[in-house]
Design a protein around this ligand. Structure first.
Ligand code: NAD
Length: 353
Protein backbone atom coordinates (compact mmCIF):
# COMPACT_ATOMS: atom_id res chain seq x y z
CA UNK A 1 0.00 0.00 0.00
CA UNK A 2 1.72 3.11 -1.20
CA UNK A 3 0.48 6.23 0.54
CA UNK A 4 1.39 9.74 -0.56
CA UNK A 5 1.67 11.91 2.54
CA UNK A 6 0.99 15.62 2.02
CA UNK A 7 1.03 17.46 5.33
CA UNK A 8 0.68 20.97 3.86
CA UNK A 9 0.62 24.15 5.92
CA UNK A 10 -0.27 25.51 9.36
CA UNK A 11 -1.21 22.69 11.73
CA UNK A 12 -0.96 20.18 8.84
CA UNK A 13 2.55 18.90 9.70
CA UNK A 14 1.74 18.74 13.44
CA UNK A 15 -1.38 16.60 13.08
CA UNK A 16 0.10 14.50 10.25
CA UNK A 17 2.96 13.46 12.55
CA UNK A 18 0.37 11.90 14.88
CA UNK A 19 -1.44 10.06 12.06
CA UNK A 20 1.91 8.65 10.93
CA UNK A 21 2.57 7.32 14.44
CA UNK A 22 -0.71 5.43 14.21
CA UNK A 23 0.13 3.98 10.79
CA UNK A 24 3.55 2.98 12.12
CA UNK A 25 1.85 0.80 14.77
CA UNK A 26 -0.05 -1.01 12.02
CA UNK A 27 3.10 -1.34 9.92
CA UNK A 28 5.01 -2.89 12.82
CA UNK A 29 2.11 -5.28 13.32
CA UNK A 30 2.46 -6.50 9.74
CA UNK A 31 0.50 -4.21 7.41
CA UNK A 32 2.49 -3.57 4.26
CA UNK A 33 2.37 0.24 4.36
CA UNK A 34 4.82 2.45 2.54
CA UNK A 35 4.58 6.22 2.97
CA UNK A 36 6.18 8.91 0.84
CA UNK A 37 6.02 12.61 1.74
CA UNK A 38 5.53 15.48 -0.70
CA UNK A 39 5.19 19.23 -0.40
CA UNK A 40 1.80 20.76 -1.17
CA UNK A 41 0.03 24.11 -0.80
CA UNK A 42 1.90 27.10 0.60
CA UNK A 43 4.88 24.95 1.60
CA UNK A 44 5.22 23.80 -2.02
CA UNK A 45 4.81 27.35 -3.28
CA UNK A 46 7.61 28.52 -0.99
CA UNK A 47 9.95 25.76 -2.18
CA UNK A 48 8.99 25.42 -5.85
CA UNK A 49 6.82 28.41 -6.79
CA UNK A 50 3.70 26.28 -7.29
CA UNK A 51 1.11 24.87 -4.81
CA UNK A 52 0.92 21.58 -6.71
CA UNK A 53 4.36 20.87 -8.21
CA UNK A 54 4.59 18.25 -10.96
CA UNK A 55 6.43 15.82 -8.65
CA UNK A 56 3.66 16.07 -6.02
CA UNK A 57 0.97 15.43 -8.62
CA UNK A 58 2.94 12.51 -10.06
CA UNK A 59 3.25 10.98 -6.59
CA UNK A 60 -0.52 11.38 -6.02
CA UNK A 61 -1.17 9.65 -9.33
CA UNK A 62 1.18 6.75 -8.68
CA UNK A 63 0.19 6.18 -5.04
CA UNK A 64 -2.77 4.04 -3.96
CA UNK A 65 -4.06 6.80 -1.68
CA UNK A 66 -3.23 10.32 -0.58
CA UNK A 67 -3.22 11.28 3.10
CA UNK A 68 -3.62 15.05 3.11
CA UNK A 69 -3.27 17.55 5.98
CA UNK A 70 -4.45 21.08 5.28
CA UNK A 71 -3.27 23.99 3.18
CA UNK A 72 -3.44 27.77 3.26
CA UNK A 73 -2.63 30.66 5.52
CA UNK A 74 -2.74 34.46 5.64
CA UNK A 75 0.74 34.68 4.13
CA UNK A 76 -0.63 33.30 0.85
CA UNK A 77 -3.93 35.21 0.67
CA UNK A 78 -2.56 37.92 -1.61
CA UNK A 79 -1.04 35.54 -4.17
CA UNK A 80 -2.48 35.25 -7.67
CA UNK A 81 -5.45 32.88 -7.61
CA UNK A 82 -3.55 30.14 -9.51
CA UNK A 83 -0.77 30.21 -6.91
CA UNK A 84 -3.04 29.99 -3.85
CA UNK A 85 -2.52 26.87 -1.71
CA UNK A 86 -6.20 25.87 -2.07
CA UNK A 87 -5.59 25.42 -5.81
CA UNK A 88 -3.62 22.29 -4.91
CA UNK A 89 -6.75 20.52 -3.63
CA UNK A 90 -8.78 21.50 -6.68
CA UNK A 91 -5.90 20.37 -8.91
CA UNK A 92 -5.62 16.99 -7.18
CA UNK A 93 -9.38 16.45 -7.38
CA UNK A 94 -9.42 17.30 -11.07
CA UNK A 95 -6.28 15.45 -12.17
CA UNK A 96 -7.09 12.31 -10.16
CA UNK A 97 -10.84 12.49 -10.91
CA UNK A 98 -11.78 12.36 -7.25
CA UNK A 99 -15.51 12.91 -7.84
CA UNK A 100 -17.08 11.50 -4.68
CA UNK A 101 -16.69 13.30 -1.38
CA UNK A 102 -17.55 11.24 1.72
CA UNK A 103 -18.07 13.19 4.91
CA UNK A 104 -19.07 11.34 8.03
CA UNK A 105 -20.59 13.32 10.87
CA UNK A 106 -20.59 11.34 14.06
CA UNK A 107 -20.86 12.38 17.64
CA UNK A 108 -18.80 10.46 20.16
CA UNK A 109 -20.96 10.03 23.27
CA UNK A 110 -18.26 11.73 25.37
CA UNK A 111 -18.51 14.87 23.22
CA UNK A 112 -22.31 15.19 22.94
CA UNK A 113 -22.08 18.35 25.05
CA UNK A 114 -19.89 20.05 22.43
CA UNK A 115 -22.82 20.40 20.03
CA UNK A 116 -25.03 23.48 20.08
CA UNK A 117 -28.01 21.11 19.83
CA UNK A 118 -29.43 19.23 22.82
CA UNK A 119 -27.30 16.18 23.69
CA UNK A 120 -30.30 13.84 23.25
CA UNK A 121 -30.74 15.04 19.65
CA UNK A 122 -27.13 14.35 18.65
CA UNK A 123 -25.75 11.70 21.05
CA UNK A 124 -24.82 8.64 19.00
CA UNK A 125 -25.27 10.48 15.69
CA UNK A 126 -23.56 8.62 12.86
CA UNK A 127 -24.32 9.82 9.34
CA UNK A 128 -22.42 9.86 6.09
CA UNK A 129 -22.94 12.61 3.54
CA UNK A 130 -21.80 11.93 0.00
CA UNK A 131 -21.27 14.98 -2.19
CA UNK A 132 -20.63 15.01 -5.94
CA UNK A 133 -17.53 17.11 -6.68
CA UNK A 134 -17.15 17.60 -10.42
CA UNK A 135 -20.47 18.94 -11.76
CA UNK A 136 -23.33 21.27 -10.86
CA UNK A 137 -23.56 25.03 -10.69
CA UNK A 138 -19.88 25.39 -9.69
CA UNK A 139 -18.72 24.29 -13.13
CA UNK A 140 -21.78 24.71 -15.43
CA UNK A 141 -21.69 27.06 -18.44
CA UNK A 142 -22.77 29.72 -19.22
CA UNK A 143 -21.49 31.68 -16.25
CA UNK A 144 -20.97 35.42 -16.20
CA UNK A 145 -21.68 38.86 -14.85
CA UNK A 146 -22.71 41.11 -17.73
CA UNK A 147 -24.45 44.38 -18.48
CA UNK A 148 -23.98 47.99 -17.47
CA UNK A 149 -23.77 49.02 -13.82
CA UNK A 150 -27.26 49.23 -12.35
CA UNK A 151 -28.55 46.59 -14.80
CA UNK A 152 -25.99 43.84 -14.34
CA UNK A 153 -27.01 40.20 -14.60
CA UNK A 154 -25.25 37.33 -12.84
CA UNK A 155 -25.61 33.88 -14.36
CA UNK A 156 -24.63 30.39 -13.24
CA UNK A 157 -25.92 27.15 -14.64
CA UNK A 158 -26.82 23.94 -12.83
CA UNK A 159 -25.45 21.31 -15.17
CA UNK A 160 -25.38 17.56 -14.66
CA UNK A 161 -24.84 14.77 -17.14
CA UNK A 162 -26.53 11.44 -16.70
CA UNK A 163 -23.10 9.78 -16.30
CA UNK A 164 -22.10 12.16 -13.49
CA UNK A 165 -25.34 11.53 -11.61
CA UNK A 166 -25.19 7.80 -12.14
CA UNK A 167 -21.67 7.34 -10.78
CA UNK A 168 -22.23 9.35 -7.59
CA UNK A 169 -25.51 7.55 -6.91
CA UNK A 170 -23.70 4.22 -7.27
CA UNK A 171 -21.20 5.40 -4.63
CA UNK A 172 -24.22 6.25 -2.45
CA UNK A 173 -25.80 2.83 -2.84
CA UNK A 174 -22.49 1.00 -2.29
CA UNK A 175 -21.73 3.03 0.84
CA UNK A 176 -25.24 2.38 2.19
CA UNK A 177 -24.57 -1.32 1.67
CA UNK A 178 -21.49 -1.10 3.92
CA UNK A 179 -23.53 0.64 6.63
CA UNK A 180 -27.19 0.28 7.60
CA UNK A 181 -28.56 -0.05 4.04
CA UNK A 182 -30.53 3.22 4.06
CA UNK A 183 -29.89 5.83 1.37
CA UNK A 184 -31.55 9.24 1.23
CA UNK A 185 -31.12 11.00 -2.12
CA UNK A 186 -31.29 14.79 -1.94
CA UNK A 187 -32.64 16.89 -4.81
CA UNK A 188 -34.83 19.85 -5.70
CA UNK A 189 -36.90 18.16 -8.39
CA UNK A 190 -39.93 20.36 -7.73
CA UNK A 191 -38.29 23.37 -9.41
CA UNK A 192 -35.08 22.28 -11.19
CA UNK A 193 -34.89 20.14 -14.35
CA UNK A 194 -31.33 19.04 -13.53
CA UNK A 195 -32.66 17.71 -10.23
CA UNK A 196 -35.63 15.97 -11.93
CA UNK A 197 -33.01 14.07 -13.91
CA UNK A 198 -31.22 13.28 -10.63
CA UNK A 199 -34.44 11.86 -9.12
CA UNK A 200 -35.29 9.87 -12.28
CA UNK A 201 -31.86 8.22 -12.33
CA UNK A 202 -31.98 7.41 -8.62
CA UNK A 203 -35.29 5.61 -9.17
CA UNK A 204 -33.93 3.89 -12.27
CA UNK A 205 -30.84 2.36 -10.62
CA UNK A 206 -32.45 1.48 -7.27
CA UNK A 207 -33.50 -2.02 -8.44
CA UNK A 208 -29.78 -2.86 -8.80
CA UNK A 209 -29.57 -2.57 -4.99
CA UNK A 210 -32.64 -4.43 -3.71
CA UNK A 211 -31.09 -4.63 -0.23
CA UNK A 212 -30.85 -0.81 0.11
CA UNK A 213 -33.93 1.23 1.10
CA UNK A 214 -33.92 4.37 -1.06
CA UNK A 215 -35.79 7.52 -0.01
CA UNK A 216 -35.84 11.00 -1.55
CA UNK A 217 -35.91 14.37 0.14
CA UNK A 218 -36.00 17.94 -1.14
CA UNK A 219 -32.90 19.84 -0.03
CA UNK A 220 -34.77 22.52 1.91
CA UNK A 221 -36.54 19.86 3.95
CA UNK A 222 -33.23 17.98 4.42
CA UNK A 223 -31.66 21.14 5.87
CA UNK A 224 -34.50 21.34 8.40
CA UNK A 225 -34.55 17.63 9.21
CA UNK A 226 -30.79 17.64 9.91
CA UNK A 227 -31.45 20.07 12.76
CA UNK A 228 -34.79 18.63 13.90
CA UNK A 229 -33.97 14.92 13.95
CA UNK A 230 -30.55 14.14 12.43
CA UNK A 231 -30.55 10.53 13.65
CA UNK A 232 -33.24 9.62 11.08
CA UNK A 233 -30.47 9.64 8.43
CA UNK A 234 -27.75 7.16 7.66
CA UNK A 235 -26.26 7.79 4.18
CA UNK A 236 -27.28 10.93 2.26
CA UNK A 237 -26.21 11.58 -1.32
CA UNK A 238 -26.37 15.01 -2.98
CA UNK A 239 -25.05 17.11 -5.83
CA UNK A 240 -22.10 19.45 -5.47
CA UNK A 241 -23.84 22.57 -4.14
CA UNK A 242 -26.46 20.93 -1.93
CA UNK A 243 -23.84 18.48 -0.63
CA UNK A 244 -21.45 21.34 0.13
CA UNK A 245 -24.03 23.10 2.28
CA UNK A 246 -25.55 20.04 3.96
CA UNK A 247 -22.17 18.51 4.83
CA UNK A 248 -21.05 21.71 6.56
CA UNK A 249 -24.36 21.87 8.40
CA UNK A 250 -24.00 18.23 9.47
CA UNK A 251 -20.42 18.72 10.66
CA UNK A 252 -21.57 21.47 12.97
CA UNK A 253 -24.10 19.12 14.59
CA UNK A 254 -21.06 17.46 16.11
CA UNK A 255 -19.74 20.75 17.48
CA UNK A 256 -16.16 19.92 16.87
CA UNK A 257 -14.35 20.61 13.65
CA UNK A 258 -11.13 18.95 14.85
CA UNK A 259 -12.77 15.52 14.95
CA UNK A 260 -14.09 15.01 11.42
CA UNK A 261 -12.31 13.23 8.56
CA UNK A 262 -13.32 13.09 4.90
CA UNK A 263 -12.55 11.18 1.73
CA UNK A 264 -12.61 12.09 -1.96
CA UNK A 265 -12.75 8.97 -4.12
CA UNK A 266 -12.31 8.10 -7.78
CA UNK A 267 -14.21 5.39 -9.64
CA UNK A 268 -11.78 2.66 -8.56
CA UNK A 269 -11.88 3.56 -4.86
CA UNK A 270 -8.53 5.34 -4.78
CA UNK A 271 -8.87 8.41 -2.62
CA UNK A 272 -7.60 11.52 -0.96
CA UNK A 273 -8.21 11.57 2.79
CA UNK A 274 -8.16 14.76 4.83
CA UNK A 275 -9.65 16.43 7.88
CA UNK A 276 -12.58 18.73 7.03
CA UNK A 277 -10.91 21.62 8.83
CA UNK A 278 -8.33 24.00 7.39
CA UNK A 279 -4.78 24.83 8.40
CA UNK A 280 -5.85 26.73 11.55
CA UNK A 281 -3.15 29.42 11.30
CA UNK A 282 -4.31 30.91 14.61
CA UNK A 283 -2.96 27.89 16.53
CA UNK A 284 -0.27 26.61 14.15
CA UNK A 285 3.13 25.89 15.72
CA UNK A 286 1.73 25.78 19.26
CA UNK A 287 1.37 22.01 19.48
CA UNK A 288 -2.24 22.26 20.65
CA UNK A 289 -4.21 21.25 17.52
CA UNK A 290 -6.52 18.26 17.71
CA UNK A 291 -4.97 15.45 15.63
CA UNK A 292 -8.04 13.17 15.75
CA UNK A 293 -9.57 14.26 12.42
CA UNK A 294 -6.24 13.46 10.75
CA UNK A 295 -5.95 10.13 12.56
CA UNK A 296 -9.56 9.24 11.65
CA UNK A 297 -8.77 10.20 8.03
CA UNK A 298 -6.12 7.47 8.06
CA UNK A 299 -8.74 5.03 9.40
CA UNK A 300 -11.13 6.03 6.60
CA UNK A 301 -8.34 5.43 4.09
CA UNK A 302 -7.84 1.87 5.34
CA UNK A 303 -11.59 1.22 5.20
CA UNK A 304 -12.53 2.79 1.86
CA UNK A 305 -9.45 2.44 -0.35
CA UNK A 306 -7.85 -0.68 1.08
CA UNK A 307 -10.99 -2.48 2.34
CA UNK A 308 -9.26 -3.07 5.68
CA UNK A 309 -12.18 -2.76 8.08
CA UNK A 310 -10.37 -4.40 11.01
CA UNK A 311 -7.35 -2.07 11.30
CA UNK A 312 -9.68 0.87 10.57
CA UNK A 313 -11.88 0.01 13.52
CA UNK A 314 -8.80 -0.65 15.64
CA UNK A 315 -7.91 3.04 15.16
CA UNK A 316 -11.50 4.22 15.67
CA UNK A 317 -11.91 2.19 18.85
CA UNK A 318 -8.60 3.57 20.18
CA UNK A 319 -9.83 7.12 19.51
CA UNK A 320 -13.07 6.41 21.37
CA UNK A 321 -11.14 4.92 24.29
CA UNK A 322 -8.85 7.96 24.41
CA UNK A 323 -11.87 10.27 24.63
CA UNK A 324 -13.46 8.04 27.24
CA UNK A 325 -10.26 8.37 29.30
CA UNK A 326 -10.93 12.10 29.34
CA UNK A 327 -8.17 13.35 27.06
CA UNK A 328 -9.14 16.62 25.39
CA UNK A 329 -7.35 19.10 23.18
CA UNK A 330 -8.40 22.74 23.61
CA UNK A 331 -11.07 22.66 20.89
CA UNK A 332 -13.09 19.90 22.58
CA UNK A 333 -12.33 20.64 26.24
CA UNK A 334 -15.04 21.95 28.54
CA UNK A 335 -13.95 25.02 30.54
CA UNK A 336 -12.61 23.11 33.58
CA UNK A 337 -11.15 20.11 31.77
CA UNK A 338 -7.42 19.51 31.57
CA UNK A 339 -6.05 20.10 28.05
CA UNK A 340 -3.51 17.87 26.37
CA UNK A 341 -1.15 18.65 23.52
CA UNK A 342 -1.32 17.37 19.94
CA UNK A 343 1.45 14.85 20.65
CA UNK A 344 -0.08 13.66 23.94
CA UNK A 345 -3.37 12.98 22.17
CA UNK A 346 -1.58 11.06 19.39
CA UNK A 347 0.48 9.06 21.91
CA UNK A 348 -2.66 8.13 23.85
CA UNK A 349 -4.31 6.80 20.68
CA UNK A 350 -1.17 4.80 19.92
CA UNK A 351 -1.07 3.27 23.40
CA UNK A 352 -4.80 2.47 23.21
CA UNK A 353 -4.18 0.59 19.99
P1 NAD B 1 -9.90 26.41 9.88
O1 NAD B 1 -10.69 25.14 9.77
O2 NAD B 1 -8.47 26.33 9.57
O3 NAD B 1 -10.08 27.00 11.36
C1 NAD B 1 -11.34 27.39 11.91
C2 NAD B 1 -11.24 27.39 13.44
O4 NAD B 1 -11.20 26.04 13.91
C3 NAD B 1 -9.95 28.05 13.95
O5 NAD B 1 -10.24 28.74 15.14
C4 NAD B 1 -9.03 26.90 14.25
O6 NAD B 1 -8.09 27.14 15.27
C5 NAD B 1 -10.01 25.81 14.66
N1 NAD B 1 -9.50 24.48 14.28
C6 NAD B 1 -9.47 23.94 13.03
N2 NAD B 1 -8.90 22.72 13.05
C7 NAD B 1 -8.57 22.49 14.34
C8 NAD B 1 -7.95 21.40 15.00
N3 NAD B 1 -7.53 20.29 14.36
N4 NAD B 1 -7.75 21.50 16.34
C9 NAD B 1 -8.13 22.57 17.02
N5 NAD B 1 -8.75 23.63 16.45
C10 NAD B 1 -8.95 23.60 15.12
O7 NAD B 1 -10.63 27.46 8.92
P2 NAD B 1 -10.20 28.94 8.51
O8 NAD B 1 -9.60 29.64 9.68
O9 NAD B 1 -11.38 29.51 7.83
O10 NAD B 1 -9.09 28.75 7.40
C11 NAD B 1 -7.69 28.80 7.66
C12 NAD B 1 -6.95 28.48 6.37
O11 NAD B 1 -7.23 27.13 6.00
C13 NAD B 1 -7.35 29.34 5.18
O12 NAD B 1 -6.19 29.64 4.45
C14 NAD B 1 -8.28 28.45 4.39
O13 NAD B 1 -8.29 28.76 3.03
C15 NAD B 1 -7.66 27.10 4.64
N6 NAD B 1 -8.56 25.95 4.47
C16 NAD B 1 -8.01 24.83 3.97
C17 NAD B 1 -8.78 23.69 3.86
C18 NAD B 1 -8.10 22.46 3.35
O14 NAD B 1 -6.88 22.38 3.34
N7 NAD B 1 -8.85 21.46 2.93
C19 NAD B 1 -10.11 23.69 4.27
C20 NAD B 1 -10.64 24.86 4.83
C21 NAD B 1 -9.85 25.99 4.93
Amino acid sequence: MKIAVMAGDGIGPEIMAEALKVLEVLRRDGLNIETEPALVGGAAFDAHGHPLPAATLALAQSADAVLFGAVGGPKYDTLLREHRPEKAILGLRKECDFFANLRPANVFPELADASTLKPEVVAGLDIMIIRELTGDIYFGEPRSISGAKGERVGINTMHYTEAQIRRILHVGFRTARQRSKKLCSIDKMNVLEAMQLWRDIAIEIAPEYPDVALTHMLVDNAAMQLIRNPKQFDVMVAGNMFGDILSDEASMLTGSIGMLPSASLDASGKGLYEPIHGSAPDIAGKGIANPLAQILSAAMMLRYTFNLAEPASRIEVAVRKTLAQGLRTGDIAQPKELKVSTAQMGDAVVSNM
